[in-house]
Design a protein around this ligand. Structure first.
Ligand code: CA
Length: 591
């Protein structure tokens, strides 16, 4: 196996010796390393194994022939009384793993032995307002800093050797309902983050900071009517593109509390120099209060990373009335058609449709359902806009009576929620962790009050089938055809990884980390981790061996919001473990 990275084994040994001798190692994550992460196998310095977020590893030491020999080498408990909802992706640099845990904690761990090097606890205030459990999705690495967002809406930069705070920055007011759960992203010297809080009527925004000192560089609100700014010498100047007119797609003053929180963070495509972020529901959930498309809620946005200006938008659910947040990842990929390369991007929306867009301009190429039951729309028109069935929109309430309840599928937790899909460059398939469920949903009277839940809706989620809710699907983005599916009893809530070794990894709430044959869907390996797997698995090469790591720890939105589904999974144990596996050198199958 060829080392595609810059660092050779002898350099690693030299580094370890330097660390033992107490000398400062020359560790520094560069913009170049971040841009090349998708092709590099000896480290992981982006969320998504590459800024495009394909979650594809070019490693094939581990493959369908030998994966049965994959075995645990160490595990680490996150400890404390905070064992729930572990949803992060580990990062690896120079033999050290950096990972976040529930309640805004960060751990640095020796990737060879599992020995904890340091941990940082953000010591959150009592009045945080996370909508959907006390989760976090990972760190960014830059220079000698480990940077992450907290549930009280701060960015914190830690020294990678000591875990000591280098800078801390308030991004938004947690008392108004803001929080940060996504991993920040670094693009050419800018640290870019979204915010959470759509269930509290916040104004969503995407912002760039100087990763060296936490200075604000630009701010782009995601609700039409709010201005975006670039900051120069501490002063704000308008960032060129308008955020649209206030009131244009929103009635009255509702744009002032419009939600559209880009809570899942974003990805970046170097070919087009565009950031891709998704935005959450318009607030409140009761759509009768806000006639119009309610831009830029439930949309995908392409932004210029230099100033935050919006280059294009594609709204998956205009006038969303079901909490079909449009935050799900938009993944860049190229394919051949008619002898030409199509620069596409794909997303599997909460609303049940899979979309393929032209990522250079946001134009709709094709879309199709990726779950078995969709009731809220009859289909998509030629521009990808849903064809509504008005009888399936929850009715308008009065001051004293709730509105008509409807049964809608998918449920608001989505045909697919936050858990990232993966794209395999060899099979040309997307591997999508999806769920088959519906909900009774109705609207209720609501008024905005700072820091209070701003839904104006009630709901009960229900499974559509007795035998399963989760379905891992292999989807061909060129045809919409499903190559294979694997059913799972509990809803799937973990990320997916795929590799050149023809493997697909994901976890389930039942506690298994599983590997599948990427072409056939045959399960080829599994391991019981002791608690539900909600994390995003990673793989990398160290000392000539291929490793796999994943977080285990049940929690997240399903037990909190899942209605009848929550009852189905109520006996699953919470947890907080970081597991690492490898294929020992002497067990690599000879071809
Ligand atoms: Ca939402």
């Amino acid at each position: 196996m060829k080392h595609t990275g810059l660092r050779q084994p002898f350099l690693l040994s030299a580094l370890c010796a330097a660390m033992l001798a107490g000398a400062a190692p020359s560790w520094a994550v560069t913009d170049k390393e971040i841009l090349e992460d998708g092709k590099t196998t000896h480290q992981i310095v982006t969320n998504g194994l590459g800024l495009e977020g394909q979650r594809y590893s070019p490693l094939s030491i581990l493959n369908t022939d030998n994966v049965k020999e994959l075995r645990p080498v160490w595990a680490l408990s996150f400890g404390g009384e905070k064992q729930r909802g572990q949803q992060a992706q580990p990062m690896i640099k120079d033999g050290v793993m950096y990972v976040t845990a529930s309640y805004s904690r960060v751990f640095a761990v020796d990737a060879r032995t599992g020995r904890e090097l340091w941990q940082y606890d953000a010591r959150l205030p009592d009045d945080i307002r996370p909508c959907c459990d006390v989760i976090n999705r990972g760190v960014a690495l830059y220079g000698d800093l480990v940077i992450f967002g907290t549930l009280d809406a701060k960015l914190v930069a830690l020294n990678k050797d000591t875990g000591k705070v280098v800078w801390r920055k308030n991004v938004a007011d947690h008392k108004a309902g803001y929080s940060i759960t996504a991993a920040p992203l670094i693009v050419n010297g800018r640290l870019i983050t979204g915010v959470s809080g759509g269930e509290f009527g916040v104004v969503g925004k995407i912002e760039a900071y100087d990763p060296k000192n936490g200075e604000l560089l630009w701010s782009r609100p995601t609700v039409e009517g709010h201005m975006g700014y670039v900051y120069k010498d501490g002063k704000a100047v308008e960032n060129g593109i308008s955020g649209g007119e206030a009131g244009k797609t929103w009635p009255g003053d509702l744009w002032k509390t419009g939600g559209a929180a880009p809570w899942l963070g974003g990805y970046y495509d170097a070919e087009t120099n565009l950031l891709f972020f998704g935005t959450g529901n318009p607030a409140p959930w009761n759509s009768h209060l806000r006639p119009g498309d309610n831009l830029y809620s439930s949309s995908r946005l392409a932004l210029n990373p230099e100033d935050g200006s919006i280059k294009w938008h594609f709204q998956t659910t205009p006038h969303d009335g079901w909490d079909f947040d449009g935050v799900n990842e938009l993944i860049s990929f190229n394919y051949q058609e008619g002898g030409k390369t199509v620069k596409a991007a794909a997303t599997a929306d909460r609303n049940g449709f899979f979309y393929v867009l032209d990522r250079t301009n946001g134009k709709f190429i094709r879309g199709f359902p990726f779950v078995d039951k969709i009731t809220w729309a009859k289909g998509l028109d030629k521009n990808g806009r849903p064809i509504y069935d008005d009888s399936n929109r929850p009715g308008s309430p009065s001051a004293t009576e709730k509105g008509t309840s409807v049964f809608a599928a998918p449920a608001f937790l989505g045909a697919k929620n936050w858990m990232p899909m993966a794209y395999n460059q060899d099979t040309g398939l997307f591997y999508v962790p999806s769920n088959e469920w519906g909900m009774d949903i109705w609207n209720e009277d609501i008024a905005y009050k700072k820091g209070a839940a701003y839904l104006g809706a009630g709901f009960t989620i229900k499974p559509l089938n007795e035998e399963y809710i989760g379905v891992l699907r292999a989807i061909d983005p060129k045809t919409g055809k499903e190559a294979w599916r694997v059913k799972n009893y509990a809803p799937l809530w973990g990320g997916v990884l795929t590799t050149k070794g023809n493997l697909v990894f994901t976890g389930n709430p039942e506690g298994y980390l599983m590997a599948f044959n990427a072409k056939s869907g045959e399960k080829v390996w599994e391991f019981q981790t002791g608690s539900g797997v909600l994390g995003s698995p990673v793989t990398w090469e160290m000392d000539g061996e291929q490793y796999v790591s994943v977080l285990s720890g049940w929690g997240g939105a399903v037990p909190l919001w899942g209605g009848e589904v929550a009852k189905r999974v109520k006996d699953y144990n919470q947890g907080g473990m970081l597991w690492t596996f490898k294929l020992p050198k002497d067990l690599v199958a000879k071809k």
